[in-house]
Structure formats: C-alpha cells, structure tokens
Write a protein that binds this ligand. Structure first.
Ligand SMILES: [Zn+2]
Length: 70
C-alpha cells in the first residue's frame, strides 16, 4: 500500500530526481524547487492558499476596471 504511494510521489517529483548527489533526505518544493521540509515549501503553501483569494480579488478588480473604463 505504502509502496504505491511512494511510487506516485517519485513520479511527481521527477524534476527533483535530478539531484541524485544531494542527500536522499532532502526534499524540494515542487513549485519553486527550493529545499523544503515538505513537497511544497511553506512559502508556496501560503501562496497557493492565498491564490484562490487573490484570483477572486483580481477578477473583482478587473470587473471594476472594465466598468470604470467604459
Ligand atoms: Zn516553494
């Protein structure tokens, strides 16, 4: 069961596999490629979590801009 998960993680980490020389314990953020304690570093986690909010705000802004232009 856990082997399946490991295989999938390896597949997703394709790019990180290039860093063979660096310790096997080192994980890399799959978003920015920086060493991280998880698949995604805290920075990108916060970024992704805030992205949904940002997109909402952006759409609202765009709509507002469009309205003010016309
Ligand atoms: Zn990151």
């Amino acid at each position: 069961m856990s082997e399946r998960v490991t295989r999938e993680v390896r597949r997703r980490k394709g790019a990180a596999m290039n860093a063979k020389s660096s310790g096997t314990k080192t994980k890399y953020c799959s978003v920015c490629g920086e060493p991280a304690s998880d698949i995604i570093c805290d920075r990108c986690k916060a970024k992704i979590q805030g992205e949904a909010v940002n997109k909402k705000q952006q759409v609202e802004r765009e709509v507002k801009t469009d309205t003010s232009r016309k």
